[in-house]
Design a protein around this ligand. Structure first.
Ligand code: 5GP
Length: 199
């Protein structure tokens, strides 16, 4: 059933290895009324990743043609691949009254904030840079060269954390997931209170 009020847009960023994906999946198991935005990417799927669930895996040609048509709410070149969020997908969810969560990099998050200043920006940080490097090495999905690119990018992203509305330190998965859930629930409460005041 269509709800009467629009949903909110949440952006979740943080360096690779900070645990955004795991946190997000935990949070989605606990609260309803929020959808995950499935990004387009030109990178190859990793083992276990599914088309249309984790990403839409598209060619660079397709990506550029969509970019030309202005289909993306935001887009970025991350670690040498293109990533982007389709605008219509986001607007459709928000219009239905559900919230939406975009798991995107800092460049994309700042574009979203420019276009939709009411969005809520959340940054997931690792407890330390050393811990992040260890997690990425343990994951073992990247060559040393690509790992170094991710680490350089991670440093740059961590410097941008202060631009976000909230910073969640992922020192303990359960604690960090609770914090993420609490922020979303609080935001919903404040939104309702504000709407009731206006009406
Ligand atoms: P991965 O290749 O590890 O899945 O993602 C690499 C980075 O790209 C992550 O920081 C991820 O959040 C980001 N990313 C994923 N989808 C998008 C998107 O649609 N737009 C932007 N700007 N970044 C994205």
């Amino acid at each position: 059933m269509k709800k009467q009020t629009k949903g909110s847009l949440f952006v979740l960023s943080g360096p690779s290895g900070a645990g955004k994906g795991t946190l997000r999946k935990r949070m989605f198991r606990r609260i309803s009324g929020i959808k995950f935005s499935i990004s387009c990417t030109t990178r190859e799927p990793r083992d276990g990743e599914r088309e249309g669930i984790d990403y839409r895996f598209i060619s660079a040609e397709d990506f550029l043609s969509r970019l030309e048509k202005d289909d993306f709410l935001e887009h970025a070149d991350v670690h040498g691949h293109f990533y982007g969020t389709l605008r219509d997908d986001v607007l459709e969810v928000l219009d239905s009254g559900d919230d939406i969560l975009l798991e995107i990099d800092v460049q994309g998050a700042l574009q979203v904030r420019d276009k939709m200043p009411e969005s809520v920006l959340l940054f997931v940080a690792p407890p330390s840079f050393e811990e992040l490097e260890q997690r990425l090495r343990d994951r073992g999905t990247e060559s040393e060269e690509r790992l170094q690119i991710r680490l350089r990018n991670a440093r740059w992203e961590m410097e941008k954390a202060s631009l976000y509305d909230y910073v969640i330190i992922n020192d303990d998965l359960e604690r960090a997931a609770n914090e993420l859930e609490r922020i979303i629930i609080e935001h919903r409460k404040n939104r309702e209170a504000l709407r009731n005041e206006v009406l």
